[in-house]
Design a protein around this ligand. Structure first.
Ligand SMILES: *Cc1c(COP(=O)(O)O)cnc(C)c1O
Length: 395
């Protein structure tokens, strides 16, 4: 609905706006004026600073988390005849990337009372399917998965763990940051993620072999970086191609934005958390709403609100439409993979096999949650959600 149609009403609350300031603008100018636009010195500096932040040995910058997932899977042996095991409750590229490598995907349902993959179901699937080479858990909305249990199972069955940490910067657990706990972890700097470079991603690993494989495969399978070739003392046009690699490097213009965003990450995270806890405080006493778990360490990329279908005369779609009509922009994370033609066809998926994920999908919507939301916007979201619930209450 256009803004004009809503004149006289409250203003729109955007679903998301990035927190970009003059620091990021200056960083872009600095790189543009330097004469070196592609991957040069900024990306390695961003990698070093990111690795220090999360506490891992290697951080490898890439042009998207999607590329990062594909490269990590490639380094962990995903190819024709092998598969990943993941959750249906995630973005499409958590699984399509396995297909890009010629591999496939198997799915385990989410936990009965949470948004993350259920470790017990992981074990069931691994018992049955020996072609699975890697588990890809997703820290949904920023709430860390039970990595201790997932790693125990992975070790027992001899498979790798690649964390989809696209929502999880920075999500902290007792063992360290999410994204540094498996064999590899992949962060996203897409425009709506917790820090952004417009498009971009980071692969974290403590495994030298995986790091080296990723380094080569992200740059055409070439054994030397272009910066090294043009600037090292024995500068040379010579290089070898050792694999049929991809082209997934993060350009310096974007890396420079990332370095500035990284400096703000802690503050941005605290602001998101404050808003999320304020939502929960306002919603928790209404029996027609179910708040997300406010678990320790949540990065709060998303505020996943569930409506209780038994208490309301309207469903999630109708609830969402009413919010949109009153200027609150919402989203739904995610349409589970078993609803998509591609996965139904190539993974034989069926909604009946995933009762937990389907229940989440039917009842969940994502509210606006971004660091620079002002008080009036937060109050407008709270007021509108509770109003709609009360107006459509059915006991
Ligand atoms: C955003 C997202 C991705 C993909 O990130 P890009 O950087 O856009 O490629 C992967 N997985 C999940 C769960 C995401 O939300």
């Amino acid at each position: 609905m256009a803004i004009s149609e809503r004149s006289g009403q409250e203003p729109n609350v955007p679903f998301f706006l990035p927190s970009i300031g003059t620091e990021e603008e200056q960083a872009v100018l600095r790189v543009m004026r330097s004469g070196w636009l592609t991957t040069g010195q900024e990306a390695p500096a961003f990698e070093k600073e990111f690795a220090d932040f999360v506490g891992c040995k290697h951080a490898l910058a890439v042009n998207s988390a999607t590329s990062g997932l594909m490269l990590s899977m490639s380094a962990c042996g995903i190819r024709a005849g092998t598969k990943i095991l993941t959750t249906p409750y995630t973005f499409v590229s958590t699984a399509t990337t396995a297909f890009h490598l010629g591999g496939g995907a198997v799915y385990a349902d989410t936990e009965e009372d949470g948004y993350n993959i259920d470790p017990a179901q992981i074990e069931q699937k691994l018992k049955k399917d020996r072609s699975i080479r890697a588990i890809v858990p997703v820290h949904m909305g920023g709430l860390p998965c039970n990595m201790t249990e997932i790693k125990r199972i992975a070790d027992f069955y001899g498979v790798k763990v690649i964390e989809d940490a696209a929502h999880a910067f920075p999500s902290k657990t007792a063992q360290g940051y999410a994204g540094t706990l498996g064999d590899a972890g992949v962060f996203s700097f897409y425009a709506t993620k917790t820090i952004t470079t417009g498009e971009g991603g980071m692969i974290c690993t403590n495994n030298d072999t995986i790091a080296e494989a990723v380094r080569i495969m992200r740059m055409h399978g070439i054994d030397r970086t272009v910066w090294d070739r043009y600037t090292s003392k024995n500068a040379s046009w010579k290089y070898d191609v050792v694999k049929a690699g991809f082209k997934c490097n993060l350009p310096d213009i974007l890396a420079a934005i990332g370095r500035e965003q990284l400096k703000k990450a802690q503050i941005l995270g605290e602001k998101r958390k404050k808003i999320a806890l304020r939502y929960t405080e306002a919603f928790k006493n209404f029996d027609f709403l179910e708040c997300p778990p406010d678990g320790e360490g949540n990065a709060w990329h998303l505020y996943l609100l569930r409506i209780c279908r038994e208490k309301l005369s309207i469903n999630r779609d109708e609830f969402g439409s009413l919010l949109q009509q009153r200027g609150i922009n919402i989203s739904v994370h995610f349409i589970p993979h078993f609803h998509f033609t591609f996965f139904k066809k190539h993974c034989g998926l069926n909604v009946r096999s995933f009762p937990h994920a389907q229940k989440l999908y039917e009842t969940t919507l994502s509210l606006p949650l971004w660091p620079d939301m002002d008080d009036a916007m937060i109050e407008q979201v709270i007021q509108t959600v509770t109003d709609i619930g009360k107006n459509n209450y059915e006991n």
